[in-house]
Design a protein around this ligand. Structure first.
Ligand code: SDX
Length: 430
């Protein structure tokens, strides 16, 4: 706590508000006792200026366009690390030694299978069910299977639940995809690394051997790193709020998946690719840019803009590089959608509307082109985002449970409905 205070004056009354500084980034005004002392609430729909918690996990500088996981720049982790090392970092707070990493990889690998009964949940869905709907249902169902990791006051059980989530999400995501395309489920393989195992579970079929392309597996792994965590975004805040009541961790992750699905959040990667396909060619871009600027037109450039980044999303830069690598490896350099995306970005970044509102491509703008090239249907894009973000959700959930100051989240409101009024008998109503 710093010794500088802010002073709030209402009428002839004044109150001191403590100003708390973080290690980097904006300081916060501690308003926890504001209502008790002043009888007033603050009002901040969408939480544009509100810190909901203290965290040591991820830091974003929106003006600079920087993203740090436990202090390490995303560019360095994406270039030099791998996804399970990033999971260890987010969960434990430090990069693992060789022995720690080998042990962590072993523990995750040996939790990738799911209870055989779980496969019966899938048959209740129509084959054309959206895979995100399947994920909300099946991940929520996991809460019915693990009674030995639901005592969230036990640190060991919290870590077991965390590892199970990270390990089982690829298996469930691959099963959602296989069910969607009508192919048999493929079991996890302990001889494959995390991302290779996921691609194998998605694209192998019983009729022949499936060799994972190491360039594509590396790209998949990097895409998971980019999506792993992102401060208190909508779905992470959902997981924290659900967890604040002491709810089962698997059920909390299911709530996060439901929130991520929205097109304003993780669903934007699917929406962005559908938008690029709808635009179709560079000749049509000016009309769509006009529509995006038209207040009376609900159309927005999907994959553009961000609540925090008022500069280029650093993940989008890395994603664009990955897109080129994947398309080159697959001999798809001249993907027409990539051409539309690059030209749309060029036009938008030179248009005063987007410049003035500081709207830049975000992670969802290029990811869809890459995921489609890897062989996934658009309906699977947000599932892949959820798979990767699970480690962020569970790391933030763990931090919340372990925070001695945490209590159940219960916001207040600005009430503008009727004051108290008496019941009117139906005979008197007009
Ligand atoms: C993710 O929070 C996170 O960290 C999320 C995420 C993560 O990793 O968890 O980064 C992942 O969700 C990325 C964002 C994916 N969503 C999209 O790409 C959908 C398109 N983007 C917009 O819906 C919007 O930019 C949001 C939702 C992302 C941010 O919305 P804000 O912060 O509430 O900003 P806003 O909607 O108030 O927009 C500010 C202005 C508005 O104009 P004015 O009312 O001020 O005149 O910018 C305009 C908006 O109309 N605007 C856009 C636009 N995004 C904002 N105009 C056209 N196209 C857009 N994409």
């Amino acid at each position: 706590m710093s010794d500088t205070n802010a002073k709030l004056t209402i009428g002839d009354e004044s109150w001191d508000l403590a100003l708390q500084e973080g290690s980097v980034g904006p300081s916060v005004l501690d308003i926890a006792a504001l209502y008790k002392n002043t009888g007033h609430f603050t009002y901040d729909p969408g939480f544009t200026s509100t810190a909901s918690c203290e965290s040591k996990i991820t830091y974003i500088d929106g003006e600079q366009g920087t993203l740090l996981y436990r202090g390490y720049p995303i560019e360095q982790l994406a270039d030099h690390g791998d996804f399970l090392e990033t999971c260890y970092l987010l969960l434990y707070g430090e990069l693992p030694t060789k022995a720690q990493k080998d042990d962590f990889v072993h523990r995750v690998t040996y939790h990738t299978m799911i209870h055989e009964q779980m496969s019966r949940f899938f048959t209740g869905f129509r084959r054309d069910a959206h895979p995100m709907a399947i994920m909300v249902g099946t991940v929520g169902a996991l809460s019915a299977f693990y009674h030995d990791s639901t005592d969230i006051s036990d640190p060991h059980q919290r870590m077991v639940a965390s590892l199970r989530m990270i390990a089982k999400m690829p298996t469930l995501a691959a099963m959602a995809y296989k069910y969607h395309v009508g192919q048999p489920f493929v079991y996890p393989r302990n001889d494959l690394d995390y991302s290779s195992n996921f691609l194998h579970m998605c694209f192998a079929v019983p009729c022949e051997d499936y060799k994972v392309n190491p360039v594509l597996a590396r790209a998949m792994d990097r895409i998971f790193i980019l999506h792993a965590d992102h401060e208190q975004n909508a779905s992470t805040s959902t997981v924290r709020l659900a967890g604040s009541s002491g709810a089962n961790p698997f059920a909390c992750i299911a709530a996060g998946i439901a929130c991520l699905w929205g097109p304003a959040h993780g669903g934007a990667n699917e929406a962005a690719l559908n938008m690029l396909a709808e635009i179709g060619s560079v000749d049509n871009i000016p009309e769509y840019v006009r529509r995006a600027k038209d207040k009376d037109d609900p159309f927005r450039l999907m994959g553009f803009g961000h609540r925090v980044y008022k500069n280029y999303d650093p993940r989008a830069r890395i994603m664009q590089k990955t897109t080129h690598e994947v398309l080159a490896e697959l001999g798809m350099r001249d993907d027409p959608l990539l051409e539309v995306a690059i030209e749309l970005e060029r036009i938008a970044l030179n248009d005063e509307y987007f410049v003035e509102k500081k709207l830049y491509p975000n992670i969802d703008f290029y990811s869809g082109i890459t995921l489609r090239a890897l062989g996934f249907p658009t309906t699977m894009f947000t599932v892949l985002f959820a798979l990767a973000r699970t480690v962020g959700w569970i790391a933030q959930w763990k931090e919340m449970v372990e925070d001695p100051s945490q209590k159940i989240g219960r916001p207040r409101q600005l009430y503008t409905g009727y004051p108290s009024r008496d019941y009117m008998p139906i005979s008197q109503r007009r």
